[in-house]
Design a protein around this ligand. Structure first.
Ligand code: NAG
Ligand code: NAG
Ligand code: NAG
Ligand code: NAG
Ligand code: NAG
Ligand code: NAG
Ligand code: NAG
Length: 342
C-alpha cells in the first residue's frame, strides 16, 4: 500500500507547480495527494475485508459475470408460437410467447412479485404449481407439467389464455427444482425458458418472516381460525405481537446455509438465460420492475400489486431476543442486516 501512495504522490507531483507558485498552491497539491492516498487506502481495505468475509455480497460479485453472460447469450428471450390443445389462440395466434419461471424461496416477496407481473395484460404466471407433491414425484411428471404450462394448456386464475405474451409460474427451491436440476436445466435450455431468480438480501428479516409465518400457520391450526377471519382484536393483536425467538447459536451457520443454497441454485442454472432480482431492490427502485418487463420483452406497462409487502419497520420490534442477536452479529459480515431498512 505504501507503494501505491508513493506512486500516486509521484503522479500528482508530475504536475509541476509554476516556479513562483505561492505556498498556498503547494499546500493544495499536498492536501489533494493526501486525500487521494487516504481514498485509495479505504478502497483497498474495503476489498481486503470483502475477501476475508464470505457473505451474500460475495455471491453476487462472483455471480455477476455469469449473470451478464446469461443475458448476453441472447439479449432477447426466444419467442414461441404454442398451439394449445384445449383452445384456439384466435386473434392472438400470431403473437409470440416467451417462457419464464420465477425461482424463489418462501417469504421472499415472490407472491407480491407474481401478482405484480400478472397485472400485466399479457402475462400468465400460474402460481406454485409444484406445491403439490404428486406433480413432482419424479422427473417425467415434472417435465409433463412443464410441457402443459408452456403449451398454454395450464389453467389458473392468472391465465390470460389466447393473448398471453409471456407464460410461466413460481417455483420454490424446496419443490423439486434443486433435486432434479440436471434434467430441468436441460429442459429450460432446450425450450429456451428464461429464469427469474428472486431472493431477499436481508437474511435476518427473511428468517423473521419465515418464523412468524410458520407461527401464524401453527396458530391457525391450533384453534382453526383463518388469518383472514381473525375474530377479535385480541386475536389479531396476538398474531401481530408475535416476536420470534431466534436461535443465536445457530444463526451464523443458518445464514451460511441459506447463502449456500442460493449460490448452488445459481450454479445449477447458470447455463440458462436468467436474471437475479432482490426483493429489496424491487421495493426501492421501480426501474428494476421495468427491467423485468424488458427481460421478458414485454410491452412496458404500469404494474400494480394488491398484495401488501412483507415485514418492514424496525427489526428490533420483531425479534424477542434482540440483544442476543445483536451481540451474535456484532463484528461479523452479517452485521449489515441489522441496520438495513428492508
Ligand atoms: C412417475 O410417476 C408416475 C405416477 O406415480 C408413474 O406413473 C410413472 O411411471 C413414473 N415415471 C417414472 C419414470 O418413474
Ligand atoms: C396483449 O393482450 C391484448 C388483449 O388483452 C392484445 O390485444 C394484445 O395484442 C396483446 N399483446 C401482446 C404483445 O401479445
Ligand atoms: C386462538 O388463538 C389465539 C391466538 O393464538 C389465542 O389467543 C386464543 O386463545 C385461541 N382460542 C382458542 C379458543 O383456543
Ligand atoms: C439452536 O441451535 C443449536 C446449534 O445448532 C442446537 O443445538 C439447538 O438445539 C438449537 N435450539 C433450539 C431451541 O432449536
Ligand atoms: C456453470 O457452473 C459450472 C459448475 O460450477 C461451471 O463448471 C461452468 O463453467 C458454469 N458455466 C457458466 C456458463 O458459467
Ligand atoms: C435503479 O435500478 C436501475 C436499473 O438496475 C439502476 O441503473 C439504478 O442505478 C437504480 N437506482 C437506484 C437509486 O438504486
Ligand atoms: C460490538 O462490539 C464492539 C467491540 O467489539 C463493542 O464496543 C460494542 O459495544 C458491541 N456492540 C454491541 C451492540 O454489542
Amino acid at each position: 500500500m505504501a507503494e501505491v501512495i508513493y506512486l500516486l504522490n509521484k503522479d500528482t507531483l508530475i504536475v509541476k507547480p509554476p516556479k513562483k507558485s505561492p505556498l498556498v498552491y503547494r499546500m493544495i497539491v499536498l492536501a489533494f495527494s493526501m486525500f487521494c492516498g487516504v481514498y485509495i487506502c479505504s478502497v483497498c481495505l474495503k476489498q481486503i475485508s470483502r475477501h476475508t468475509k464470505p457473505s451474500l455480497m460475495d455471491i453476487q460479485i462472483t455471480e455477476e459475470p455469469s449473470e451478464r453472460h446469461g443475458v448476453k447469450q441472447s439479449d432477447k428471450p426466444s419467442i414461441h408460437y404454442p398451439k394449445p390443445k384445449t383452445f384456439s389462440r384466435a386473434e392472438c395466434a400470431d403473437n409470440p410467447v416467451r417462457y419464464f419461471v420465477i425461482v424463489s424461496t418462501q417469504r421472499s416477496g415472490s407472491g407480491w412479485f407474481e401478482t405484480l407481473l400478472n397485472s400485466h395484460a399479457n402475462v400468465s404466471s400460474n402460481g406454485e404449481i409444484f406445491s403439490l407433491l404428486n406433480r413432482r414425484k419424479n422427473v417425467s411428471l415434472i417435465l409433463q407439467t412443464l410441457d402443459k404450462v408452456y403449451n398454454l394448456d395450464w389453467f389458473s386464475s392468472a391465465s390470460k389464455n389466447e393473448c398471453s405474451a409471456a407464460v410461466g409460474f413460481k417455483w420454490m427451491l424446496n419443490q423439486g427444482v434443486m433435486d432434479h436440476h440436471v434434467e430441468i436445466a436441460q429442459y429450460f435450455t432446450r425450450r429456451q425458458v428464461s429464469v427469474i431468480f428472486l431472493f431477499r438480501r436481508n437474511l435476518l428479516r427473511h428468517m423473521v418472516s419465515v418464523l412468524a409465518n410458520s407461527y401464524d400457520r401453527y396458530a391457525k391450526l391450533l384453534n382453526g381460525t383463518h388469518k383472514s377471519h381473525v375474530h377479535s382484536p385480541q386475536e389479531a393483536a396476538v398474531l401481530l405481537g408475535y416476536k420470534p425467538l431466534i436461535n443465536s447459536s445457530s444463526l451464523i451457520s443458518d445464514f451460511k446455509e441459506m447463502e449456500k443454497k442460493v449460490s448452488k441454485v445459481l450454479t445449477y442454472y447458470n447455463t440458462t438465460r436468467h436474471i437475479v432480482l432482490y426483493y429489496e431492490d424491487l421495493m426501492k427502485n421501480w426501474t428494476k420492475v421495468k427491467e423485468v418487463q424488458e427481460f421478458l420483452s414485454l410491452p412496458t406497462m404500469d404494474l400494480t400489486s394488491r398484495q401488501i409487502k412483507i415485514h418492514s419497520g424496525l427489526l428490533s420490534d420483531h425479534i424477542k431476543n434482540w440483544d442476543e442477536v445483536l451481540k451474535t452479529l456484532n463484528g461479523t459480515s452479517y452485521e449489515r442486516f441489522i441496520h438495513a431498512d428492508y
